[in-house]
Design a protein around this ligand. Structure first.
Ligand code: FES
Length: 250
């Protein structure tokens, strides 16, 4: 795992406070746990703080430690352990590119290159216009539509280099982009080119319930082959030796 540190002091804000709605939400989260177990709310509170600010700041960690009666270092440990917490400022659109094996095999290198060309050559760095940053992430659970990326809380699937460039340029131009498969698949797990199962009339009569339609008339049974099944005399003797009458000489 890479070394994860908080952003340098010169870019840390002076203070942090949850806004009114998030403060209410945080109080409700803390109240879910028995007295003395408030530390269990540390991940939800860090996540809500990140939603509010875009990244996890030093003052945010101090404030959450205070709210949960935890030492600062314990909250820092959680924030630096989980890669879902951004430890430095991110763009308004954080592009998370999956580069785990299925996405890599399906071309995530081209997606990364598009991010390097159209956002910034380096990950975790905000673009010049302040709108974007990008990072590589581990499997996001959409391997059936690899390669894919996440922007905000939405998945954009079945992409390649040019489709990634289009997503970025549309967002930059203020256009709405549609989450989900970008290659024409209507639903996430639909086979490419559309579902073909049960469309072959030789297999199915086309109705929803459908009566059974055999593919072809059943072949006639083969004629009995009496010779082939008849055992030879020697084989018959080996398999079933004749019984001798009691008292017969051996
Ligand atoms: S490997 Fe990319 S979503 Fe699973």
């Amino acid at each position: 795992m890479s070394l994860r540190r908080l952003a340098p002091p010169d870019i840390q804000p002076a203070s942090f406070a949850f806004n009114a709605a998030n403060a209410d939400w945080a109080r409700a989260q803390i109240a879910k746990y028995p007295p003395g177990r408030q530390a269990s709310a540390v991940i939800p509170l860090l996540w809500k703080g990140q939603e509010q600010e875009g990244w996890v700041t030093h003052p945010m960690i101090e404030e959450i430690a205070r709210l949960l009666s935890m030492p600062f270092i314990r909250v820092l440990e959680v924030a630096t352990f989980y890669t879902m917490f951004n430890l430095a400022p991110v763009g308004r659109y954080l592009v998370q590119v999956c580069t785990t094996t299925p996405c890599w095999l399906r071309g995530s290198d081209a997606v990364v290159e598009a991010c390097k060309s159209h956002i910034h050559p380096h990950p975790h760095t905000v673009s010049d216009d302040g709108k974007f940053s990008w990072m590589e992430v581990e499997c996001l659970g959409a391997c059936v539509n690899a390669p894919m990326l996440q922007i905000g809380s939405d998945f954009y699937e079945d992409i390649d280099g040019p489709l990634t460039e289009k997503l970025i340029s549309d967002l930059r131009a203020g256009k709405a982009i549609k989450p989900g498969p970008q290659n024409g698949r209507r639903v996430s797990s639909e086979p490419e080119g559309g579902a073909l199962s049960l469309k072959d009339p030789a297999l199915y009569d086309g109705s929803v319930i459908g009566k059974f339609v055999p593919r072809a008339p059943a072949p006639p049974p083969p004629p009995p082959d009496t010779e082939a099944k008849k055992p030879t005399q020697g084989a018959s003797d080996r398999e079933s030796p004749k019984q001798k009458p009691p008292g017969a000489a051996t």
